[in-house]
Design a protein around this ligand. Structure first.
Ligand code: ATP
Ligand code: LTN
Length: 334
C-alpha cells in the first residue's frame, strides 16, 4: 500500500514496434487503472537485451515507448513511468533472487523454450533468468496487482513462488502479487491468421497494425484481413477472422458485440473491413499526434524521466535494503 492505495506494477519491452494488440490489450487499460491504484509502469529495457539489440535503436525505442505511455493518457504525475535501467535496484534484487530460484523451475518456462528455439544462436543466461528479473521488478514495489496477458501468467506464478519461498525463510518481506485480469480483455488476433495473437515480432507486416501506421496503411491492412467464406457477419468461434474484426470495432467504439453484429447485419465483409479500418485510424490518429508533440518537448520528457526514476528508486531501495539486511549483508554506515 502507498498512501492507502494498492500498488500495481506492469512493464512493456521496447523491442519492436508496438501493435494495436499492445494498445487495446494493455496500454489502454493501464490508463484507467492509474486513477484507482498507485501504478508503476516500467519500460523494461534490461529485459530487451536478452535478445541482441542495436544500441541506437534500443535507446530510441525506449524513449518512444515512454512517450507513448504518456500519449496514451497516463499522467506521469500520478503514475510512475520510468526506465528499468535507471533504477539499479532491479538488477541487484534480481541477483539475490537468482539464488532463491531453481534451474528446474526456469527450465519449465514456455517463453524460454519458445525464445531459445527462435534465437538458437544466442541462448544466453539472461534469457534463461528473464523471469527472475521480472519477479524483481514486481517485488521491489511490493505490488499487489500485476496486469499481464495470459502469456505472462506462468512468469507471475514463478514470481509468487519465489516471494513465498523468501518469506518462508526470512519472514514477511514481500507482498505476494496477484494477476490483474481486466474486464473481458481485448485479445487482438493477427489479421493474417486469426488463430494467432497479433504480435510485434510477427514477420508479416500485414498481420499487425502498428501504432504508428498511417491511415492508408491501416485501411489497406484491414482490407486484406483474412476472413472466411461464410458470407455472414456473426460473432462466433467458427468465424475467428470476423470475430476479431468485431472485437477491434468494439474495443474502439465501446459497443458490445451484439450491437456491432446488429449494425452490420445484412452487409458484406467489405463494409465491415472498411468501418473497422476507419475507426482504428480515428483511434490512432490523436495518439500519433500527441506522440509527435511530446517528442518535440524534450525538456518535459527529460523531467519526467528524471523525476520518476527518483520516485521509483525511493520505493525500490526501501525494499532492497530490507532484503539485504535479512539475508545478512552488512548494513550501510550512515
Ligand atoms: P512479442 O511479439 O515481442 O512477444 P508482443 O506483441 O506479444 O511481443 P509483449 O511485449 O509480450 O507483446 O506484451 C506487452 C503487453 O501487451 C502485454 O501485457 C500483453 O499481454 C499485451 N498484448 C500483446 N499482444 C496482445 C494482443 N494481441 N492482444 C491483447 N494484448 C496483447
Ligand atoms: N515480460 C513482460 C514484460 C515485463 C513485465 C514485468 C510485465 C517485464 N517485467 C513485470 C509485468 C510485470 C512481457 O514481455 N510482456
Amino acid at each position: 500500500m502507498i498512501d492507502g492505495k494498492k500498488v500495481l506494477f506492469s512493464g512493456m519491452q521496447s523491442t519492436g514496434n508496438l501493435t494495436l494488440g499492445n494498445y487495446l490489450g494493455a496500454l489502454k487499460n493501464w490508463v484507467a487503472l492509474a486513477d484507482e491504484y498507485e501504478c508503476f509502469y516500467c519500460v523494461v529495457d534490461e529485459h530487451s537485451i536478452t535478445v541482441r539489440q542495436d544500441p541506437a535503436v534500443l535507446r530510441k525505442r525506449a524513449r518512444a515507448l515512454l512517450i507513448l505511455y504518456i500519449a496514451a493518457g497516463i499522467d506521469p504525475d500520478k503514475a510512475c513511468l520510468y526506465y528499468q535501467s535507471h533504477v539499479s535496484a532491479h538488477a541487484e534484487l534480481a541477483w539475490i533472487l537468482n539464488c532463491f530460484t531453481y534451474m528446474g523451475e526456469m527450465n519449465r518456462m514456455t517463453q524460454f523454450k519458445d525464445k531459445s528455439a527462435k534465437h538458437a544462436d544466442n541462448i544466453n543466461v539472461g534469457l534463461f533468468a528473464y523471469p527472475v528479473l521480472m519477479a524483481a521488478d514486481i517485488l521491489l514495489y511490493q505490488a499487489d496487482l500485476v496486469p499481464v496477458g495470459s502469456d505472462q501468467l506462468q512468469h507471475l506464478e514463478i514470481c509468487r513462488d519465489i516471494a513465498q519461498r523468501f518469506n518462508n525463510i526470512y519472514g514477511d518481506v514481500f507482498t505476494i502479487p496477484e494477476a490483474y485480469i481486466g474486464k473481458a480483455g481485448a485479445r487482438i488476433m493477427s489479421l493474417q491468421n486469426p488463430e494467432k495473437k497479433m504480435s510485434k515480432s510477427d514477420e508479416n507486416p500485414n498481420a499487425s497494425i502498428y501504432l504508428m501506421d498511417d491511415r492508408d496503411t491501416i485501411i489497406r491492412k484491414f482490407r486484406r484481413a483474412v476472413t472466411d467464406s461464410e458470407g455472414q457477419i456473426a460473432y462466433r468461434d467458427e468465424q475467428p477472422g470476423i470475430r476479431n474484426l468485431l472485437d477491434i470495432y468494439c474495443a474502439c467504439t465501446g459497443k458490445t458485440p451484439d450491437d456491432a453484429v446488429a449494425e452490420f447485419s445484412g452487409r458484406g465483409y467489405g463494409d465491415l473491413k472498411s468501418a473497422v479500418g476507419e475507426i482504428v485510424a480515428d483511434t490512432l490518429d490523436p495518439l500519433q499526434k500527441r506522440c509527435a508533440e511530446l517528442t518535440k518537448d524534450k525538456g518535459y520528457i527529460d523531467s519526467v524521466i528524471k523525476n520518476n526514476a527518483e520516485k521509483a528508486s525511493f520505493y525500490a531501495t526501501k525494499t532492497l535494503r530490507k532484503v539485504q539486511h535479512k539475508i545478512g549483508f552488512p548494513d550501510r554506515i550512515r
